[in-house]
Write a protein that binds this ligand. Structure first.
Ligand SMILES: [Zn+2]
Length: 265
């Protein structure tokens, strides 16, 4: 994507706004926004969600938090947000997501589709991987440039900075809630598998989880968060090709006494 947008980037560079980044899996990414801008948007989106949903309590909240915290404790050092906040909410839709700034949201409905702690860790690992890989910045940047490309050119050619900042600000506001691209989904699958394995969860469980997700969305509308996800078959093939690496990671974690034991209510 960076290469295709080179012309626009060249125009943005004098303003210090054009930037290419590299994802944890080595993919070249477009990143126009400051981390702080996205973190602020993430915080606002989280507050909004928390303000309009009832919090889950007791065993449900303990269980989901136990899984998320087990992964958070073993995240690679210096990667992503310094602190994470985990919110578990009473909502039957099988939804979970993570936001820039370090917010993890898990709906109680997700616990029906994720049948055990390892399956739930698959979901949480996947969502946190989107944040660690800076996918929101990439998605927002791409969207802003492709949708308002003309506006950006005009802004740069004309009065410059202030106008451009307004344009990018508008992009960031809707950008963090955009669906992820298929490439990003595949990247989050692989990276997420690594994250849950590092915490000592069983990576094999990811295969069943995505089967369950597929079934859960079979008869009804697909869950919003899964709507752009790769097909079940593609996803399972990709996971299988990374399985032996993930199993080795999980074995090392267990040797280091990482054996999560989150009690499903
Ligand atoms: Zn995803």
């Amino acid at each position: 994507m960076c290469r295709r947008l080179t012309i626009l980037l060249v125009m943005l560079l004098p303003l210090g706004l054009g930037a290419c980044a590299t994802s944890p899996l080595g993919r070249s990414q477009l990143a126009l926004f400051d981390d702080s801008q996205l973190q602020q948007q993430g915080a606002e989106a989280y507050q909004q969600y928390a303000g309009s949903h009832e919090r889950a309590t007791g065993a449900t909240a303990d269980y989901a938090s136990c899984v998320a915290n087990a992964i958070i404790r073993e995240l690679p050092q210096g990667d992503g947000p310094e602190q994470w906040q985990v919110g578990v909410f009473k909502d039957d839709s099988p939804n979970a997501f993570a936001l820039p700034g370090g917010y993890v949201v898990i709906n109680s409905g997700m616990l029906k589709v994720a049948e055990n702690q390892d399956q739930l860790a698959t979901v949480v690992g996947h969502e946190m991987a989107h944040v660690l890989a800076d996918h929101a910045n990439e998605r927002t940047s791409t969207q802003t440039l492709t949708q308002s490309g003309l506006g950006v050119i005009q802004a740069v050619a004309g009065s410059g900075g202030e106008q451009l900042a307004t344009l990018l600000g508008a992009g960031a506001q809707y950008g963090i809630l955009l669906p992820y691209s298929r490439k990003q989904e595949s990247e989050a699958d692989v990276l997420g598998l690594r994250l849950m394995a590092r915490a000592g969860f069983n990576p094999e469980a990811s295969l069943q989880l995505w089967q369950n997700m597929s079934q859960a969305s079979g008869s009804n509308e697909p869950p919003a968060w899964a709507s752009t996800h790769p097909s079940n078959g593609q996803r399972i093939n990709a996971l299988e090709s990374h399985m032996s690496e993930a199993q080795q990671t999980a074995a090392r974690a267990r040797e280091a006494s990482l054996r999560p034991d989150c009690q499903r209510p």
